[in-house]
Design a protein around this ligand. Structure first.
Ligand code: PGA
Length: 255
């Protein structure tokens, strides 16, 4: 399986800044056959970045889209519009869930719309600090995982990437903590166990599982060698070119 290194730029970099960053990134990295480097800029940057993109090195991802293809949905963009522009779309990021009140039903419809338009959804799941403290992690993981997959057929589950992002480890969370490889391995096992129970052993092994939450060059090696982890979803560190390219180098080394 490939290793996925995904940069989630969130609401950072305007069109000009994004273009300069991509130009520098493409100069700095090579074409790695077994590492999939993805950047997810704001929707406004996608069109222009796609024109300068060297697809042999980097793929584009969107951060969000709505599940309806078109219609009276002021302010939204659709997976239908993203078709052909991006290979990936982050779905159900915790910021979407907690700031924009997206629930598992909404997330599931978005996962289905992504698949319908041949875009790989990166389904984000993860417990909050209080859910973990109350011993609810396994339930939250199961609900968000199976809930998020509930609108697609079993044959499409292996087209989804799952990202485990504990909310308490995301760098923008107040008093964010650093997840340990053991904590991550435990949840990765839960994810694969749930997938296996519902969709069978083969599918559970085919679904890539990424980790996200305060990933830096200093911890990327440990996370990438955590059992069951197939890549990283990186927020803050993906905005700093040296850090992002260092993480790509680390991925290459541990592969
Ligand atoms: P972070 O963000 O790397 O800044 O913690 C990760 C994410 O929210 O996807």
């Amino acid at each position: 399986m490939k290793t996925y290194i995904v940069g989630n730029w969130k609401l950072n970099f305007n069109v000009g800044e994004a273009s300069v960053y991509l130009h520098k990134l493409q100069k700095k990295i090579a074409n790695y056959r077994d590492i999939e480097v993805v950047v997810a800029p704001t929707a406004l940057c996608l069109q222009s970045l796609s024109l300068q993109l060297d697809r042999s090195k980097i793929k584009l991802g969107a951060q969000n889209a709505f599940y309806q293809d078109f219609g009276a949905f002021t302010g939204e963009i659709s997976f239908a519009e993203l078709n052909g522009l991006v290979k990936y779309c982050i779905v159900g990021h915790s910021e979407r869930r907690y700031i924009f009140h997206e629930d598992d039903k909404m997330v599931a419809k978005k996962v289905a719309a992504a698949i319908r338009h041949k875009i790989t959804p990166i389904l984000c799941i993860g417990e909050t600090e209080s859910e973990r403290a109350f011993g609810e992690t396994a339930d939250v993981i199961r609900d968000q995982l199976l809930g998020g997959l509930s609108e697609i057929g079993a044959e499409d589950v292996s087209k989804v990437i799952v990202a485990y992002e504990p909310v308490w480890a995301i760098s923008s969370t107040k008093d964010a903590k650093i997840a340990t490889p053991d904590e991550i391995a435990e949840v990765t096992e839960m994810i694969r166990k749930n997938l296996k129970e519902v969709y069978g052993a083969k599918t559970s092994e085919e679904v890539p599982v990424l980790f996200g939450g305060s990933v830096k060059p200093t911890n990327a090696g440990a996370y990438l060698t955590t059992p069951g982890i197939n890549g990283l979803l990186i927020g803050g560190a993906s905005l700093i070119l040296e850090q992002f390219t260092d993480i790509i180098d680390i991925a290459k080394r541990v592969k």
